[in-house]
Structure formats: C-alpha cells, structure tokens
Design a binder for this molecule. Sequence first.
Ligand SMILES: Nc1ncnc2c1ncn2[C@@H]1O[C@H](COP(=O)(O)OP(=O)(O)O)[C@@H](O)[C@H]1O
Ligand SMILES: [Mg+2]
Length: 243
Amino acid sequence: MNEQVINIKDVTKKVSTGGKSNNLEILHGISLTANSGEFLSIVGPSGSGKSTLLHCMSGLSKPTSGSVNILGIDPYKLRPSKSAVFRRTQVGFIFQSYNLVPALPAFDNIVLPLRLSRKKIDKEKIYQLLKNINFNANPNNFVSDLSGGERQKVAIARVLVSNCKVIFADEPTGALDSVSGEIIFGLLRDLTEKGVCVVMVTHDIEMAAKTDRAITLRDGKLRKILDNPNAQDLFDALSEEKK
Ligand SMILES: Nc1ncnc2c1ncn2[C@@H]1O[C@H](COP(=O)(O)OP(=O)(O)O)[C@@H](O)[C@H]1O
Ligand SMILES: [Mg+2]
C-alpha cells in the first residue's frame, strides 16, 4: 500500500566559494528513501545541511553527484516546461523564505498554482482553511503588508490546497506561535493519513518526535535514522553529536 515516493542515492553537494579550486562539499553521500503516507523529519544543528538536503531531494538544486528520484521521476532530467508542471502539481514546498509574490494579495498567492493549472477554485473552502490555521489578516491584503507568521500561513495554505503527493517543508512552523504551530503540524499529519509524503526540516525536537521517522544530520552527513522517534532519543542523538 505504502509505495516508495522518494529515493535519493549518494547525494553530494559542492558549492563554489570563489576562486578556481575553492569548492566546499556541504553534503556528503546521503542516501534516503521515503514512502507515501510517511511523515519524515530532518533534524540537526544550524548549518548542518538540512536546507541544502531538502533542496537537493526536492528537485530545486541539482546535486553535484548522486541520484534523485521522486514519484519515479528524476526531476533534474525533466525539460523546463515539464519541470514547471511537475513542481506545480506533484510536489509542494514550504520554504523558510516563504517564496510568495509580495505584490499579490494573500488569497491570490494561495490560488496561484491552481490558476496556473486551470483548476477549480473553491473560495469558501480556502477561507475556511485560513480560518482553521488562525490566519488573522485579511486575505485581500498584499503579502508585503503581512507579518512573518501570517506570511508563513499563506505559504502553508498554498501547499494545503494543492493536492500534491509529496510536500517538502523547511521549518514550516518556525515563525509561528506554538498554538498555530500545532495546528499546522496537525494539518500536515492529516495529509500523511491521506497518503501524502511529508518531509519536514525542523529544529523542534518535540515536533520531530511526533513524526514517523527522523534523520539527524551533522556537518552534511546523515548520522542516525530513528523510527518512531521519541523526544529523549532525539535529544540524546543530537547531544551525542556535540561531544
Ligand atoms: N551557496 C552556498 N555557498 C557557500 N556555502 C553554503 C551555500 N549554501 C549553504 N552553504 C553552507 O553549507 C552549510 C549548510 O547550509 P544549510 O543547508 O543552509 O544548513 P541548515 O539548513 O542545516 O542550517 C552551511 O555551513 C552553509 O553556510
Ligand atoms: Mg536551513
């Protein structure tokens, strides 16, 4: 029933730091799989490579070496037109930087992928969703006029209405108060129960403890894989790393 939807093998990422031979390797040979309906969390200290890994595995940033497969497709081999459709319809992203269009109202940001795919827009449903996630601003306000927390909710709402099969989220609750964070987590959990695969970067141990599987990263290396993690195991795994 639960099929494999993500498979990355020996993924490395080098970035240029200026000059000819100044290539810095920031991810070292990471292999990982994830299934439909699975809630996977990626935890690790700041600078350990979490965002870089998420970008590589989601098709946004080509690894220097290694392979990436999402839903049977190598996203780096798609032609640009197909790649745009793939990103819009099959995978969803919640970025640390929100990636919203500041000059558009919140509502338009949420329905943008639906409009581009010529899908039906159920206004009532979207207003209800915004209510559910405690969005307290006017959906007609421009994103540029919203607070960080409200912007994050717009980015989350956009993914929640998109019906994609895989969701990548980078610290999705980072800018939120704990009540809103719990609500968002609950909605992501509901999606996994419907078969969506969610891959979430977080530094919140309590939140990672509620996911199905957690991986810990340190200095660009995958260190531990914890099935049904609990907060104590995660805490131990992360503090062990510090020694
Ligand atoms: N384009 C880049 N050029 C140089 N260094 C980078 C670049 N992107 C990331 N890094 C470095 O790689 C490491 C991992 O970054 P990142 O994936 O953002 O970590 P995390 O999300 O865990 O905080 C950091 O030390 C960061 O400074
Ligand atoms: Mg990051």
